[in-house]
Write a protein that binds this ligand. Structure first.
Ligand code: F6R
Length: 241
């Protein structure tokens, strides 16, 4: 389940090949997408290859994992903005089938229920891409989140706010809450690809490797999935046995 490739570009090549294989087999596939630094080279490579191989992405449906509460789609640190910048504005996605939680929504509870339901109505996620936080979170499911969780509102942990603070001008601007897909929603994906790159992920990847499947380590749910891959680069693999 764990395997290592030399560097982020090799991972981007690998994941892009897998995504394109899936899309060619199932043009109307449902993709579960993540944001963050880990995904940037993957989306770069995906855009390059889709253009080069003339892959049709217009029938895809996508669901992003999460969004900050309080940031509108045009805020440069919002995940809406990120997705447009790295993917949606660059390829011929059908914009009305690219879903993200709405960080400015008034009725958060209703929205959470609707988001999980929309995924089921779309037939479920065929392939879920995941990064991992330095505390083992996936999406914004922080340690202790029930494995049975559906889309919900979370208070971001101090560690996550500090990690993500690098993208904001000051810590005061880092949101304190987010909406995230739940661990049950993620687990129901037919296939999961979790990626970790860089030395700052080495410790959590060693912890994940040794961890039982336990809510104290949210990413450990991936280890219980029948069709999951955990891909690390050499830097993130440094503390693996
Ligand atoms: C983002 C997300 C997060 C990130 C994780 C790693 O949509 O769901 O779980 O994948 O925080 O972020 P990076 O890749 O920036 O280290």
């Amino acid at each position: 389940m764990f395997f290592s490739l030399p560097h982020p570009q090799a991972i981007a090549d690998y994941v892009t090949t897998r995504l394109i294989q899936l899309i060619q087999k199932k043009p109307n596939a449902v993709l579960g997408l993540a944001t963050g630094s880990t995904m940037e080279p993957i989306y770069e490579q995906f855009c390059r290859q889709v253009a080069k191989q003339d892959v049709n992405v217009s029938e895809l449906t996508t669901f992003n994992l999460d969004e900050y509460i309080g940031l509108g789609a045009d805020h440069p640190q919002s995940y809406h903005y990120y997705m447009r910048q790295y993917l949606f504005n660059r390829l011929a996605f059908a914009q009305h089938r690219t879903f993200l939680p709405d960080g400015l929504c008034g009725d958060l509870q209703e929205q959470c229920e609707r988001y999980s339901r929309l995924i089921l109505e779309a037939g479920g996620i065929d392939l879920q891409l995941l990064g991992i936080g330095s505390n083992g979170h996936i999406g914004f499911n922080e340690p202790g989140t029930p494995f049975a969780s559906r889309t919900h509102v979370v208070a971001l942990s101090e560690q996550t706010r500090i990690d993500n603070g690098r993208f904001f001008d000051s810590m005061d601007e880092v949101p304190t809450q987010a909406i995230t897909l739940g661990l049950q929603d993620i687990f129901e994906a037919k296939e999961i690809v979790l990626v970790a790159t860089g030395t700052n992920k080495a410790q959590i990847m060693a912890d994940l490797y040794h961890s039982p499947v336990d809510e104290a380590m949210p990413a450990s749910i991936v280890k219980a999935h029948p069709h999951a891959m955990i891909i690390v680069d050499e830097a993130a693999a440094a503390l693996l046995p």
